[in-house]
Design a protein around this ligand. Structure first.
Ligand code: PA5
Length: 463
């Protein structure tokens, strides 16, 4: 076990009655959690929740490893094109598990390619990236479950032309498409053009897909040991599929967050005290927001529910956000991600002229960052602000595998507690349709007219 849930500071005996939780409240949700568990595992048995079984899919991992090794052999850069669940997990794990300066090293200093995840269509940022990369030395991984996402489609079209210009008909050999096994626009294109393709297992949605080729192919290319990542996920699978609330950290954390929400703490801050874990908060933000932010409950009732996830970084945001967390509205619950052993430490050396700074000599950066996290947690408690921590013994493929699996199961359980469907995202559809209209996609003419009428009909107020 390399990840522990520490929820001491969520409790009323520590942070006070007003926002703290009582054991009886947690225990009161045990029957509901038992029902959620029964439902999840019935659906799992029927093959409706395949993400549960991803860490056990050896053949999928082997396929990604093989292709990743081949791309690493042939290319100096891997360019990932994707957005949302097709990008955030890769970015988070790349930052966590590959040295932070990896992309700054020269070709000789590295044994694996650099990784660039392009998850936007900002023309300035994108053209800067393409100007920087040498297409001859670049492999491209296009990731889209639906195969229809407009941003990824646009990027793909631009990058294939860029590649074609440089390498002619060989452009196809530089690409791998990661998409649905049957549906969407990318699959037939892969077949027609003989471009290699990896399948995202049926029924695994974007934000639950980092342990499929979506994350595994790019991560294998940059040298993340997939076996160890998946071993971590399997070890959490044992803990996070236990039926009892008291022994299942994913269910327990879902309950804690749910109860905090019921007490008016509608903002869920994720604050890693580790540079490597910075982007885990970004990945989690999407998972939590898109899964739980819903208008309708599963019973069809209008609920407008969902915690707002916020990302922060310790210690950096102690000098930016923490004033608000301490003294602003009582609407936040903070989850720290802490690391016991950073693997490296930086000692604070003797400094004869140090004067008032003398007290630091002989201590280390690890002492400082850990002290600051403990101090912030206690200060929050003293202000009646609930907080909890997920404690990683080290930042390793195993601990990240555990963390990913824990958060995914936690999110499904939270969906049950909030009584919403955590697997859909109807709220993003309308914007997509209106964009299709504006981009002149056939069949969406009415949507274009709707935007134009609306924009023409409102009183413009601009300064
Ligand atoms: O979690 C999700 O389902 C979304 O965030 C998707 O990952 C995102 O919209 C990209 O979709 P696709 O992979 O189909 O291009």
């Amino acid at each position: 076990m390399t990840v522990r849930l520490d929820y001491t500071n969520m409790m009323a005996d520590v942070v006070g009655e007003e926002h703290g939780l009582r054991d009886v409240e947690i225990a009161g949700l045990a029957p509901t959690v038992a029902e959620i568990h029964a439902d999840l595992h019935a659906r799992r048995k029927q093959g409706m929740l395949p993400f549960f079984d991803l860490p056990f899919r050896e053949e999928m991992m082997a396929e990604c490893q093989q292709l990743g090794d081949e791309f690493a052999e042939r290319f100096d850069n891997l360019l990932v094109l994707g957005i949302g669940g097709s990008a955030l997990g890769t970015t988070a794990l790349f930052r966590a598990l590959v040295p932070l300066q990896h992309n700054l090293l020269t070709e000789k200093q590295r044994s694996r390619p650099r990784l660039f995840v392009a998850d936007n269509v900002d023309p300035a940022g994108f053209s800067e990236l393409l100007n920087f990369l040498d297409p001859n030395k670049t492999g491209v991984c296009v990731i889209s479950k639906s195969g229809t996402t407009v941003e990824t489609s646009c990027q793909f079209m631009v990058v294939q032309a860029w590649m074609r210009k440089a390498v002619g008909n060989d452009w196809r050999d530089h690409f791998v498409l990661v998409t649905d096994p049957a549906k969407g626009a990318l699959r037939p294109l892969a077949t027609r053009e003989s471009i290699r393709a990896l399948a995202i297992p049926d029924g695994v949605g974007g934000r639950f897909s980092v342990l499929t080729p979506v994350g595994l192919m790019p991560l294998a290319t940059v040298g993340v040991p997939l076996q160890r990542l998946m071993a971590g996920a399997r070890s959490m699978a044992e803990r996070a599929t236990r039926p009892e609330l008291e022994t299942n950290p994913a269910y327990l954390n879902a309950v804690l967050q749910f109860l905090a929400y019921q007490k008016g703490l509608h903002i869920s801050v994720m604050m890693p005290y580790s540079d490597r874990l910075r982007d885990v908060a970004d990945w989690y933000r999407q998972l939590w927001a898109e899964s739980l932010g819903k208008k309708f409950s599963i019973d069809g009732e209008t609920v407008h529910v969902g915690p707002t996830p916020v990302k922060a970084l310790g210690t950096t945001d102690q000098h930016s956000q923490v004033q608000l967390y301490m003294e602003g509205p009582h609407d936040k619950v903070v989850t720290f991600l802490t690391v016991d052993d950073f693997g490296e430490d930086v000692g604070i050396p003797p400094f004869p002229e140090a004067g008032d700074l003398d007290y630091l000599i002989g201590q280390s950066m690890a002492d400082l960052i850990k002290s600051e996290q403990r101090a912030t947690a206690l200060a929050l408690c003293k202000n009646g602000r609930p907080n909890c921590a997920l404690r990683l013994s080290t930042v390793s493929p195993e601990s990240l595998g555990e963390l990913i699996y824990l958060f995914e199961v936690q999110t499904l359980c939270a969906g049950g507690l909030f009584r919403v469907d955590p697997l859909d995202q109807p709220g993003v559809e309308e914007g997509k349709l209106l964009t299709y209209g504006l981009m002149k996609r056939p069949g969406f003419e009415e949507k274009r007219a709707e935007v134009e009428d609306w924009e023409g009909g409102v009183n413009l107020r601009q300064l």
